[in-house]
Design a binder for this molecule. Structure first.
Ligand SMILES: [Zn+2]
Length: 456
């Protein structure tokens, strides 16, 4: 007897491909994949006829608790994730809002309790390593199930002051951190690559010229400054046998540099984000709303990033989701708070722009939105795949459904979407977390607290 069978749909798996099959669930896991139409004893049967069944998206890069308190953000933003077919949210946790960084070991039990009581979908944490004392605790964090860490090579000195961030991560902390991480094959060092000294000077100059807008923001944080750090981080990673995960690569030069190094050292994984695939510095209709670091680049960068994704050079797509509101985006580009939400539209954008417009296969969409991130961060095959034994994190998707984006319907506590007003083709119509229906037709249907902290 199964708990649930999704009948008549087409399974989309990152490894096994696209095929007709009925997905049977028991005890929160995939119990069997049956021949289409096979008779099955089940407490619940749901028709997925004419629809595709994707593994729930694994979103590797968000900032929960970035602009308001962690607990409220966990609840609202994982709700937004559920609506968008995202069933695992990984958050780059650090001390936000100018708080003095301190070691995380003391905070971790509270964070886990908040996740287990408030989250709509499963969550994992990465820790930002901003100070020496955090770096010295890396092994402790790994033992507790937080096995990936973000090193901000940007945001120091003058550049750091612009964001109100206290970041003492110099090359010494970075290198020592890589050495520890390199001893654990499943652990990852994530790096935000932007040369902080160069950016500090460029920003001062571009600001003094009275420039404003996304193009000015891009000019202040040039792509070569990203590429230089990509190179330096790869060099240190190779010396320490540390597996590196490049977050948010959106510039051609950064990508080429990473690929060059990967020819000699293969433990390099590359992520890009939805905004680098959809916007350019000339898209002034979004203006400050699209302020982000590293900046939105040029059209030619955008095309190169698409090419890299379609060729498999880039493994994962993320959103860098931050719950930021319009009120925090006022003033000129220098004053506006960086960041924006994105989880609820990640899969629809990939289906619209990737599948329908550019011909990416559905299997590839499942790879870059689920399977590859699960593999990179050591939750595969529990997450990111539809096969027997995996968690029944499933998203029923209507790949031909067209819907106009309106932030009001996306569940986030933010009040805008970078896709507001756009028609996207391909939407999740039901999201299951370990076999429990958590969202249907764009609405949450389960109470918060379904989600669990995932140890990795
Ligand atoms: Zn980020």
């Amino acid at each position: 007897m199964f708990d649930l069978v999704l009948q008549g749909g087409t399974v989309v798996d990152p490894v096994d491909g696209v095929y007709p099959g009925d997905v049977a669930v028991r005890g929160g896991r995939v119990a069997a994949i049956l021949e289409p139409g096979a008779s099955a004893d089940a407490k619940g049967k749901v028709s997925a006829k004419g629809k595709h069944i994707f593994p729930g998206c694994v979103e590797p890069h968000t900032h929960i608790g970035y602009a308001r308190n962690f607990a409220d953000d966990v609840e609202s933003e994982t709700g937004s994730a559920a609506i968008g077919g995202v069933t695992t949210v990984m958050s780059f946790h650090r001390h936000y809002q100018s708080a003095q960084p301190k070691p995380y070991a003391e905070d971790l039990p509270g964070l886990i309790e908040t996740i287990n009581s408030r989250a709509h979908v499963d969550m994992a944490l990465h820790f930002g390593i901003l100070i020496e004392d955090q770096m010295l605790e890396l092994e402790k964090y790994i033992a507790a199930g937080v096995s990936s860490f973000k090193f901000y090579m940007a945001y120091r000195g003058a550049d750091g002051k612009t964001t109100g961030m206290i970041n003492e991560c110099d090359d010494g902390i970075l290198f020592e951190g890589f050495k520890t991480i390199g001893r654990f094959p499943h652990a990852r060092a994530c790096v935000h690559c932007e040369n902080t000294e160069i950016i500090g000077r460029y920003t001062k100059r571009i600001k003094a010229e009275g420039r404003d807008g996304l193009a000015a923001w891009n000019a202040a944080r040039p792509a070569f400054a990203e590429a230089e750090h990509v190179r330096r981080a790869a060099f240190f990673a190779e010396l320490t046998n540390c597996h590196l995960y490049y977050v948010h690569i959106g510039a051609r030069e950064g990508l080429e540099e990473a690929l060059k190094h990967r020819q000699r050292y293969d433990k390099l994984t590359i992520e890009t984000c939805i905004h680098y695939l959809t916007l350019t510095k000339d898209d002034e209709h979004v203006g400050n709303l699209a302020k982000v670091t590293p900046p939105i680049r040029t059209k030619s960068d955008k095309e190169r990033i698409w090419e890299g994704l379609m060729k498999g050079e880039i493994s994962t797509v993320a959103t860098d989701h931050c719950c930021v509101c319009r009120a925090q985006k006022q003033g000129d580009i220098w004053k506006a708070m960086p960041g924006f939400p994105g989880m609820a539209t990640m899969l629809p954008v990939m289906l619209s722009e990737g599948h329908h417009r550019r011909g990416m296969s559905l299997q590839q969409i499942a790879q870059v939105t689920a399977g590859n991130a699960a593999k990179a961060f050591n939750v595969y095959p529990q997450k990111g795949t539809i096969r027997v034994g995996a968690d029944a994190d499933l998203s029923i998707v209507d790949v031909n459904l067209e819907r106009v984006v309106d932030a009001k319907n996306l569940g986030s506590a933010s009040d805008f979407s970078l896709q507001d007003g756009q028609t996207l083709k391909g939407w999740p119509v039901a999201t299951y977390l370990r076999g429990t229906l958590v969202a249907r037709d764009g609405k949450l249907v389960a109470k918060p607290g379904q989600g669990r902290f995932i140890k990795r």
